[in-house]
Write a protein that binds this ligand. Sequence first.
Ligand code: DCP
Ligand code: MG
Length: 431
Amino acid sequence: MRPCCRRRLHANGTIPYTRHPPAVHAPASRLIAHLDMDAFYASVELLRYPELRGLPLVIGGGDASRPARRADGTRSFARLRDYHGRGVVTTCTYEARAFGVHSAMGMMKAARLAPDAVLLPCDFDEYRRCSRMFKAAVRVLAPVVEDRGIDEIYIDLGAIPAARVDGGRTVGLALKQAVREATGLSCSIGIAPNKLLAKLCSEFDKPDGLTLLAQADVGQRVWPLPARRINGIGPKASEKLASLGLHTIGDVAAADPELLRERFGRSYGTWLHEAAHGIDSREVVTFREPKSISRETTFERDLHAVRDRAQLGRLFTGLCESLANDLARKGYASRTIGVKLRFDDFRIVTRDLTLPAHTRDARAIRHAAGACLKRVDLHRRLRLLGVRAANLVRDGANTRSAGGCGEVQSPYAQQHDVPLFEGCAEPRSGR
Ligand code: DCP
Ligand code: MG
């Protein structure tokens, strides 16, 4: 028997429910939905290019993979086998997943698995537009929504009397229908007593799924799953759990909570124990201020600060401009600007700089980020460059100028007025 398991398995391999529930108080029964769009970016592209329906489709090519119009009016599409570079798959249709392709896989590897798959570049503006549309459609039926990113939300169904009648099934179907009518896209929904279980079960029946999961189902439906399926158990934690003989969520649930705390620290160890028992008291939060906003890019080939400085300068300036635009669009200003670099040996270095006042001006961001770069040894070639804005405030607050976000020259920028990657163009102001 594994060292950490206190209880025996059922004959069918699942772990019986604990006779003594853990010493945590679950809140009164709630009903929470997690909604996640199916193959989101790829599905949005299929709305635009319906002739690709049913084909393996991969999103993540650069500009070169933009479709071309033939003389006869039909479109010609790039194929994955023609891709050369170091990009990664952003997402793909379920038809491409059947070949083993998945998000974050290197495109060259994906090309070996599915050479005939169609390749398209990302169109973030369009994905954001569809994202706003599906969220608005949900809010008409169920207004208590927590935004979790471009394609997922939590919905508190507690205030909807109809949701109590059948555990949320009818409301879940109505939400799926509303999303489809508003966008033409399918989504998958999980409905459970808390966010942790709702998120877990929204994946059970993807795509176009609707799964209801009760607390009493945890032993049978959740415990047999690999531990890493819990949102919050990443690759490192799951590796460490495996080294303790804890592979499934049931293994973690059956482990001595003291041992988990001993190995993972008090806070994470306690969380692991509760999560494995399907306990989660987090509320659906309808608004949360972001901690930071960032932009980064991985280069097609490694670039050197001196030999490729014109190209790097343009990329760096572009990132700062995009970041300034993001801040403006979202209505924030930042006081701490940081850079992130990944070198050719995969080492990651970050530096940041706190300014005297908040800004969202592209030039000020470029100067501050440039000052951060000066504090990095740039002898090795770079694989990735990123710029980050933290210490955020909403429009106008705490900024210097009366009109909102004042342009700020960092003290570093004033001292080192020469852009780091010399020869590059100054960014346009983001205002
Ligand atoms: N995404 C990304 N980089 C990743 C994973 C995803 O940019 N490593 C983007 C593309 C996805 C979107 O975020 O379309 C949503 O991510 P999901 O994990 O929900 O993946 P999908 O919606 O594509 O597929 P699924 O049907 O599994 O939800
Ligand atoms: Mg999704």
